[in-house]
Design a protein. Structure first.
Length: 292
């Protein structure tokens, strides 16, 4: 058995599976805390690496394409702090991290685990029932239906129709997109017979996300639904293990300056109205200022 204990979390390997437990440190992300302990079968792994830094290092697991509904639903767009397959390692534990890496690699070789894609999910997805509030609504899933409920920040044209209930059988796909730069994110469900997609703020089958602390939790709903949809291999859709270049936020130019100023004013209004807490306002403002 190999084990590494850090403030960021605890990883244990018994030869057949890895048990990943998030740490209790306040810097551990809300998404990783909500996911809780994960048990990862050896057959779901494509590899492991350890990267050393001057003060901290990183243990990283690479999963086989199609093994995890969370990775498929988020399309490789999870920011590093929310990645459950990454562990921050303090410099005085580099030797332990190297030993852990060697043990997992040796087991992969002995078991002759291929690095090829899989034809079914090897992880079950988040436990149910599940309900998350973020952005302009609340998304709940009980395994058979998704329910979308709106709050007072929802656009009138979307809220007027009232809460939405989507049967799993009618859902063709799900996507979670984090906010990037000036673009808001969303959790969107593609539904049979629905009209052409609008912006998430007007789409009754989508929750709009504004880049605040609880936004990543919507990825849990996306993963839970994805785990119960046909596996992507059935339609020949490959798993996305890393975010494509086009999905990364571009650097701001002078032409963006006015838009960034407008964004700051919008954030200030949301803060004054009590929509944003002091912490959320500070984080969002710093993100905009960094781009300026």
């Amino acid at each position: 058995m190999a084990e590494i204990i850090q403030k960021d979390g605890i990883w244990v390997f018994d030869g057949d599976a890895l048990r990943l437990t998030p740490g209790r440190d306040r810097n551990v992300s809300v998404l990783r805390r909500a996911l809780g302990e994960l048990e990862l079968p050896l057959g779901a792994l494509a590899g492991i690496s350890f990267e050393q830094g001057r003060r901290q290092g990183r243990l990283r697991l690479r999963l086989r394409d199609g093994a995890d509904p969370l990775l498929h639903a988020t399309g490789g767009r999870l920011a590093e702090p929310h990645d459950p397959y990454r562990l921050t390692v303090e410099s005085d534990r580099y030797g332990v991290a190297e030993y852990f890496t060697d043990e997992v690699r040796d087991a992969l070789l002995l078991a002759q685990v291929p690095g090829t894609p899989v034809g079914e999910y090897l992880l079950p997805g988040p436990p149910l029932p599940l309900s998350v509030s973020a952005g302009d609504g609340t998304a709940s899933f009980d395994g058979e239906r998704v329910r979308l409920e709106w709050n007072w920040k929802t656009e009138d044209v979307k809220a007027a129709a009232g809460p939405r209930t989507l049967a799993l059988a009618d859902i063709l796909g799900v996507e979670w997109q984090p906010s990037a730069g000036l673009e808001n994110g969303h959790l969107r469900f593609r539904v049979a017979g629905a009209p052409a997609r609008e912006r998430a703020k007007y789409d009754p089958n989508a929750v709009e996300l504004w880049g605040f602390k609880r936004d990543p939790l919507m990825a849990l709903v996306a993963a839970a639904v994805q785990a119960r949809l046909p596996h992507p291999s059935a339609s020949g859709v490959p798993e996305v293990s890393r975010a494509p270049e086009a999905a990364r936020a571009p650097e701001a130019t002078e032409a963006d300056h006015d838009a960034l100023l407008r964004r700051l004013r919008e954030l200030g209004e949301l803060h004054r109205e009590g929509v944003l807490t002091d912490e959320e306002f500070t984080m969002a403002k710093q993100a905009v200022l960094k781009r300026m």
